[in-house]
Write a protein that binds this ligand. Structure first.
Ligand code: OGA
Ligand code: MN
Length: 231
């Protein structure tokens, strides 16, 4: 996948604001919330920004079950294990990763991919055929970038396997405007429209992986990413 890499932005200093919380589920095993509480999934540099851009950003916790996660891993691991993590290209957007693309899936995984696509894309949209599978080492991370507008359309959606993580969005022309998204293991995120075009996105490295002031330890993480085609 060709990425347009933007210059690294400074770490936001602004206060965190509580965001709209639209999904709740049992997160007892994450340690980030006590059972029964509604999880906070999106925080940002201002309430106004969260309200404006929050509509173009979605996080759905527990989008897949542990069993479905295991099915995806079973299908993906043999191919990934043959590759080596790449750490050496410091100018790349992604550090400490291996990746693959997959067009055909076994029946069980195809059902999961279909569910992802039906949630993220309007029916009848033209989709990028191959699903992008990005395996980040525990020490791997994704620097701020905007996905190529030449190859990808207005919507990017991803399932997170194996690890919780923090995705940060920073406004292109105003680095003090940012949103952090808590991507728990087995959650689905969706970036649309302005969130996709006007903000860089990144996955924080383990040492910097904080959400709303709370540490979110990073393990090896596999993202299963679906995109649509440019209009
Ligand atoms: C990418 C990307 C995010 C993720 O590959 O362009 O931003 O969830 N990935 O791994
Ligand atoms: Mn990207």
């Amino acid at each position: 996948m060709t990425l347009l890499l933007n210059a690294a932005k400074s770490v936001p200093k602004a206060a965190f604001y509580k965001s709209l919380v639209r999904y709740s589920s049992s997160l007892a095993d994450s340690g980030l919330k006590a059972e029964g509480e509604v999880p906070l999934l999106i925080v940002g540099s201002s309430r106004d920004l969260v309200n404006r851009v929050g509509t173009q950003v979605e996080v759905r916790t527990d989008f897949i079950t542990e069993y479905e996660e295991a099915e995806l891993l079973q299908e993906l691991e043999p191919g990934l294990k043959k590759k080596r993590y790449e750490f050496d290209h410091w100018d790349d957007a992604i550090h400490g990763f291996r990746e693959t693309e997959r067009v055909t899936w076994g029946a069980a995984c195809q059902t999961i991919i279909d569910r992802v696509r039906s949630v993220a894309f309007a029916s009848g949209s033209s989709l990028l055929g191959p699903v992008h599978v990005l395996d980040l080492d525990k020490a791997g991370y994704i620097k701020p970038h905007i996905d190529s507008v030449k190859f990808c359309g207005s919507t990017i959606t991803g399932l997170s396997l194996l690890s919780d993580s923090v995705m940060r969005l920073v406004k292109n022309d105003a680095p003090s405007e940012w949103l952090d998204m808590l991507l728990l293991r087995r959650s689905l995120y969706i970036l649309r429209d302005r969130a996709r075009y006007d903000f860089t996105h990144e996955i924080l490295k383990d040492e910097e992986s904080l959400f709303n002031g709370q540490r979110v330890p990073r393990q090896r993480r596999i993202a299963v990413i679906c995109r649509n085609l440019p209009a």
